[in-house]
Design a protein around this ligand. Structure first.
Ligand code: ADP
Ligand code: MG
Length: 247
């Protein structure tokens, strides 16, 4: 079977900057795949192109056999391909439960649905996913009262609310209190195993990506530098040089 996500020759320029150059890689269904590389190597740009935030200048992107290169973000999200951000994107003046309801409404029936009360089924699923992310006890708190790490967990719960087939996670542990990092890793692994969500993860923390991903791609200067299992990449001189060179 072909890969769930297949990127072929993705190229993206910003003015004179080549952020992505001829990147080809695949993400097989049901797996946890990592994307690493020094700061500015083009990781977030690639994610932005995949989810339709900005189109590539060249190359193609296919998701579940379907060309998505020119689709808009909302259309791509409806196919089950969802991205979370380096910074959190929750509504700070709404409770955890309200944030979950909005996430459901955005994916499903449009914002007008917010005018109506949340169905028992939606509420039940929202509560189950908040519990999954360790936030059930805080479901009535304003999201603004949560710690940064808890907001990221809320964002994960919101992403799961739309029943994604694949999640693109841009530095899921960045800025999180070290004591919460293992909790995030564990939730991601469980989301992968229990809900069958494919994970494609950008991560700066080497310990995190080495323990999470089965296979890792490394970018440098906008190009795909190396790919392989964590052990091989950790010992790859090109990868080591790219990180040392970027310091
Ligand atoms: P990474 O996520 O690996 O740190 P990025 O993809 O954010 O790297 O950035 C890659 C390069 O593209 C950088 O030189 C960055 O400054 C540039 N870049 C990214 N997004 C934009 C943008 N919207 N406009 C202009 N330049 C951008
Ligand atoms: Mg980035």
């Amino acid at each position: 079977m072909s890969a769930q996500l297949a990127i072929q020759g993705a190229t993206k320029h910003f003015g004179g900057i080549t952020a992505n150059e001829d990147i080809s890689l695949e993400v097989p269904e049901g797996r946890v795949i990592g994307l690493i590389g020094p700061n500015g190597s083009g990781k977030s740009t690639l994610f932005n192109s995949i989810v339709g935030y900005h189109p590539v200048d060249g190359g193609s992107i296919r998701f579940e056999g379907r060309e998505i290169t020119r689709l808009r973000t909302a259309e791509i999200a409806r196919l089950g391909l969802i991205r979370t951000f380096q910074q959190t994107h929750v509504f700070v003046r709404m409770t955890g439960l309200q944030n979950m309801a909005i996430s459901d409404a955005e994916a499903g029936h449009g914002l007008f649905r917010l005018m109506r009360p949340v169905s028992a089924e939606t509420r039940e699923r929202a509560e189950a996913l908040l519990a999954f992310c360790g936030l059930y006890g805080k479901r009535h708190l304003m999201a603004g009262e949560l710690s940064f790490g808890q907001r990221k967990l809320l964002e994960l719960a919101m992403a799961l609310m739309v029943r994604p087939r694949m999640l693109l996670l841009d530095e899921p542990t960045a800025g999180i209190n070290p004591t919460l990092i293992n909790g995030v890793i564990e939730r991601l692994q469980r989301a992968n195993r229990e809900f069958g969500v494919t994970l494609f993860v950008i991560e700066h923390n080497m310990r995190v990506i080495m323990s999470l991903a089965e296979h890792i791609h490394c970018l440098a200067h906008g190009r795909l530098l190396a790919s392989g299992p964590p052990e091989a990449l950790r010992n790859d001189q090109r990868v080591i040089d790219a990180y040392l060179g970027a310091r």
